[in-house]
Every structure is written in structure tokens, then in C-alpha cells.
Design a protein around this ligand. Structure first.
Ligand SMILES: Cc1cc2nc3c(=O)[nH]c(=O)nc-3n(C[C@H](O)[C@H](O)[C@H](O)COP(=O)(O)OP(=O)(O)OC[C@H]3O[C@@H](n4cnc5c(N)ncnc54)[C@H](O)[C@@H]3O)c2cc1C
Length: 514
């Protein structure tokens, strides 16, 4: 019996079967033999007046947008295959990112206080052989999803929303004037919030293998010595199994959460989740300075996140939009899909409302609600720099050395550069300064990186980097044009506002410290 089997078999719930199932899905995704579902079909006949304005498939993050829309008077139904409830494990997020819940009236200040299960400070970023960087107020709040989703669900129902639980989405027919779901429910707009493995997203991506994967395993356990600090990104080992292991740790409601995560491409020879769990239990005692026997494991957590360069996902159908994990709108560096949803929640809510009001539900109009964002695309190269191919040979300390150098430069540049980056927001000025300083102080390290990344990736990145600059300029220029352009007729105004949003979010200009 391995240590993983021994520990996971003691945790309530059939964790081991879940892990085996996840490993099987991972293997078939890597082998490229997943079936492409045909859940969306088109019919040129009109449907007649649809019953709903919006049907959202998938209730986990879907309920947030559902409630925000329902509160604005839009007729919304949520179709959830199971019972809508949040997981027990907290979602980590920064305080400022939660303001949108108040702004959109999804929570009152009192309810927000109740949703916050934990808060800690400070958090550490560190890499073997380098100096630790300590930061305050970044991803230091643990939101309790059970409470959050239940509260928002009640608000959604009170606002007239309809919740269809135990109702799996099975298919949809897109008509010129609406969409029929499961041959039963008609709507003007279908929103897919069914997560990374959504059948709609699978069909839209046509079985494409992910460009990269992030694997994460971890536990929430009791028995650790009192520790009110956390780790955001920490590595203390060199490359092993063609992986750089990164760790995260923080105080949680039910003990202390520790995660081990690593980035890789989709090569089937890379490590799987069970093997990564073995590594986690092998290294956890060294990481936290404690014997496994001293710990009482409350729950195990694991997952794999497929990421695609072509993100966010733009669907090839009118009247169909993806949000949340299915849209791939979070950075390939993070598994903070809840945070990414909150970041875009106001933009999406207002955008969807405008699309419905002006009947802008064509492919072109909806694609602008999930626009190309250079701030997201530039992060691909960072992910590549933090991973290694299965046959690739690089010095085992390369990634640690590189990250130590980059974070030391960011620390020197100060919080305005460091803080947005750690919250997955990349901005042109901060990135440019960091690149210049790193190139200047560590030229050899940077030159060594070129063969590791490959010329194609570098050239591709340069395009996104230049676009990042361009989007920053366009967003700033817009401030002068806004008074004139606001006079445009409604249809044009829809497009104008979506482009401004694209420049804003695509340049990281949505981020503000206060
Ligand atoms: C170990 C781990 C730790 C994480 N920590 C954080 C964190 O600290 N902070 C953070 O921001 N994010 C975190 N995340 C990510 C976060 O959990 C996800 O981004 C989030 O759950 C995505 O929500 P979603 O609704 O888009 O997709 P999912 O969570 O996958 O939910 C999809 C929903 O769709 C439903 N569904 C699926 N198929 C159908 C169907 N056919 N019909 C109807 N309904 C369907 C499902 O039942 C489910 O309710 C973590 C993830 C993991 C695995």
C-alpha cells in the first residue's frame, strides 16, 4: 500500500475512486482520444418567442452571473446537473476583488463578512536558493463557497430566477431567434458555465489537445503548529520528474491547506495525479517541518486544468456564450477561476444586458464579450518558462534561478509592479520594467532561456507584448474620445463599449489597488 492510498483511504468520501477517475480523464485527454460531442446543432427555422432571456448551464460560478442578471430584471434560469451547492474548501482571493459582489448587490456587507471564513497575512513567494519575498493582502482571504453559493442562490430565487436542479444539459438547437435546450427550455441566449470539461466547450474546441496543463494536489489537515502566514508560490526542490514543483499553503477554516502544483505540456509521459500525490506526501514533511503521522487529514483536493493558447474561448455559434472555467478566461498560471470570474463579473453582466437589450446576439457580437486579451496571452510564455518538456534537458536549478531573479527585481520595483502580477494581472509598464531590469542584471540567465522557450514561442510572445502596449495606449486615448463617442446609436454603442472593455481588461487597466 502506498502512502497516498493509506492516507486517502482514511478520508471520508471515496477519494481514491475520484482520483483514479480524474487520472483516467487526464490520460485520455493527453492521448487525444476524447470524443467530440455534438451537443449544439443549428436549425434555420424560427423558434417563436423564447420563454427565457438567458439560460445558464452549470450553477457553480454560473449562479453569480445568473443572480447579477436576475437582479437587473432579466428573465434567467439556471440548469444544474446536480444540486447547486458550494464546496467546503475555501476559495482564496484578495479583499479588493470581492467589492464587485457588493456593487452588483449579490451580497450585503454583513453577508460578505459571513462569507469570509479566513483571513491571513503575510504571504511568502520564494524559490530554492533565492531570498523570500513577503507580501500583504494578496489572495489572503478564504471565501466559504457553501455559504456564498447558498446566499446568492436565495437572492437569485427571490429576484424571480428559476433554478432547475438535477437537470443535466444534454443538447441545444440554435434557431435564428432563440435556442431550445434539452428539447424543452427555450431562451434567447445560452450561457455555458459547465467548467473545463463542458460538452459545449469540447465541441467548440473540436477535440483540440490542451496546449498546457496545470496539475494540483493537496489536503486540508489539522495538527500543524500555529502558523498565521501563508505561501503563494514556493519551491524548495530542483526539477524532478521533468517537473518544477510549486507549493501553496495557508490557514483554513478546518486546519491548514497545502497544495502542490506543477505546469507541463500535454505529453502523455508526464506525471499523473496519483503519482503527484505520492510526491506531495513524500515532500510535505520537509515543506512544513512536520511528520505525516502528526496530521489529521480533513479532506483531499486535486484537479487538472487544461489551458489553451486560444483563450478566452469564442464559440462558433450565435446566441451561445461561455463563462467561468469553460471559457478559459483565467491565466494559464493560476487555478484561480473564482477570482477570474469576479474580475470579469461586472463587465460580463453589463455586456450581456446590453447584448440582450440591443439584440446583439450574433457570433461577432458575443465574441466581443470574451475578447482577445494580450494581458492573458503574454502569460503563456511565463508558464512555458516554468515548465519543461518530457525530453527537454535543462539544468535542474534553472527555473528556481530564473524566478528568484525575476521576483527580486519585481520586489525592487515595488508593490505597484509586484501586487498586480501576483493577482494574475499583467500591465505593460510593470512588465517592461521587470524585463529590462532582469535582462540588465541577469543577461546570461535570459540568454539561456531562449532555447528552452523556442523561437516560435518568443516571436508569438513579442506580438502579444506589443499588443499589451497598444491596448494600454488605446484605453488611455479612449478617455478623451468617450464624450463624443457616447452619442453613437445604441447598436454601435454596444460595439464601442465592448472594445473599450477589451482594451481595459486586455491591458490590465481594470486593476486598481484602492
Ligand atoms: C484544488 C483546487 C483549488 C482551487 N482553489 C481556488 C482558489 O483558491 N481560488 C479560486 O479563485 N479558484 C480556485 N480553484 C478554481 C475554482 O474552483 C474553479 O475555477 C471554479 O470551480 C470554476 O467554476 P465553474 O462553475 O466555471 O466550473 P466547475 O466548478 O467545473 O462547475 C461546473 C458546474 O457545471 C455543472 N455541470 C457540469 N456539467 C453539466 C451538465 N451537463 N449540465 C448541467 N450542469 C452541468 C457542474 O455540476 C458544476 O456545478 C481551485 C480549484 C481546485 C481544483
Amino acid at each position: 500500500m502506498t502512502i497516498t492510498t493509506e492516507i486517502l483511504s482514511q478520508i471520508p468520501g471515496d477519494v481514491l475512486s475520484g482520483l483514479e477517475g480524474a487520472d483516467r480523464s487526464l490520460a485520455s485527454l493527453r492521448a487525444g482520444n476524447t470524443t467530440i460531442p455534438t451537443v449544439i446543432k443549428s436549425d434555420s427555422q424560427p423558434l417563436g418567442t423564447p420563454e427565457w432571456d438567458v439560460i445558464i448551464c452549470g450553477g457553480t460560478l454560473g449562479i453569480l452571473i445568473a443572480c447579477a442578471l436576475a437582479l437587473r430584471g432579466i428573465k434567467v434560469a439556471v440548469m444544474e446537473r446536480g444540486v447547486l451547492k458550494g464546496r467546503k474548501q475555501e476559495w482564496n482571493i484578495s479583499r479588493k476583488e470581492l467589492d464587485v459582489l457588493l456593487e452588483l448587490n449579490l451580497l450585503t456587507p454583513e453577508e460578505l463578512d459571513l462569507a469570509i471564513a479566513t483571513e491571513y497575512n503575510p504571504a511568502r513567494v520564494g524559490f530554492a536558493g533565492g531570498t523570500d519575498v513577503w507580501v500583504q493582502d494578496i489572495l489572503n482571504i478564504g471565501i466559504y463557497p457553501v455559504y456564498l453559493l447558498e446566499t446568492i442562490k436565495q437572492k437569485f430565487l427571490a429576484a424571480g430566477g428559476k433554478l432547475l436542479e438535477n437537470t443535466p444539459f444534454t443538447g441545444a438547437m440554435v434557431h435564428p431567434d432563440g435556442v431550445m435546450l434539452n428539447q424543452e427550455f427555450s431562451t434567447r441566449l445560452l450561457i455555458d458555465a459547465m467548467g473545463h470539461f463542458s460538452p459545449i466547450a469540447k465541441q467548440a474546441r473540436q477535440g483540440k489537445k490542451p496546449d498546457a496543463l496545470c496539475l494540483v494536489v493537496g489536503t486540508c489537515a489539522q495538527g500543524f503548529p500555529e502558523n498565521t502566514t501563508g505561501d503563494l508560490l514556493l519551491s524548495f526542490t530542483a526539477l524532478e520528474n521533468q517537473c518544477q514543483y510549486f507549493w501553496e499553503a495557508f490557514p483554513a477554516k478546518d486546519g491548514r491547506t497545502t497544495y502542490l502544483f506543477t505546469y507541463m505540456n500535454a505529453n502523455p509521459k508526464h506525471i499523473g495525479l496519483t503519482a503527484l500525490f505520492d510526491e506531495y506526501f513524500r515532500l510535505l514533511p520537509e515543506y512544513q517541518g512536520i511528520e505525516l503521522a502528526q496530521l489529521s487529514f480533513q479532506r483531499a483536493l486535486f484537479g487538472f486544468f487544461p489551458t489553451y493558447r486560444q483563450s478566452p474561448l469564442q464559440t462558433p455559434w450565435q446566441r451561445v456564450l461561455t463563462v467561468g472555467d469553460s471559457s478559459g478566461s483565467q491565466s494559464p498560471l493560476s487555478f484561480g477561476g473564482f477570482g477570474a470570474m469576479l474580475r470579469h463579473l461586472k463587465r460580463l453582466t453589463l455586456g450581456i444586458e446590453a447584448a440582450l437589450e440591443t439584440e446583439q446576439l450574433s457570433i461577432k457580437a458575443l465574441n466581443l464579450l470574451q475578447p482577445y486579451q494580450p494581458s492573458l496571452s503574454v502569460t503563456w510564455l511565463f508558464q512555458k518558462a516554468m515548465s519543461v518538456g518530457i525530453e527537454q534537458k535543462i539544468p535542474s536549478v534553472r527555473i528556481n534561478n530564473l524566478l528568484s531573479a525575476v521576483f527580486a527585481e519585481m520586489q525592487n520595483l515595488g508593490e505597484p509592479v509586484l501586487k498586480p502580477f501576483l493577482q494574475d494581472v499583467v500591465q505593460f509598464p510593470g512588465l517592461t520594467k521587470t524585463l529590462l531590469k532582469t535582462n540588465f542584471s541577469h543577461p546570461i540567465l535570459v540568454i539561456q532561456l531562449i532555447p528552452q522557450l523556442g523561437l516560435f514561442s518568443l516571436l508569438d510572445w513579442v506580438v502579444h507584448y506589443l499588443n499589451l502596449g497598444l491596448y494600454s495606449v488605446l484605453f488611455s486615448l479612449n478617455r478623451n474620445l468617450e464624450p463624443t463617442l457616447k452619442q453613437l446609436p445604441n447598436n454601435y454603442l454596444y460595439y464601442y463599449h465592448r472594445w473599450v472593455d477589451a482594451w481595459k481588461y486586455g491591458s490590465g487597466s481594470d486593476y486598481s489597488e484602492h
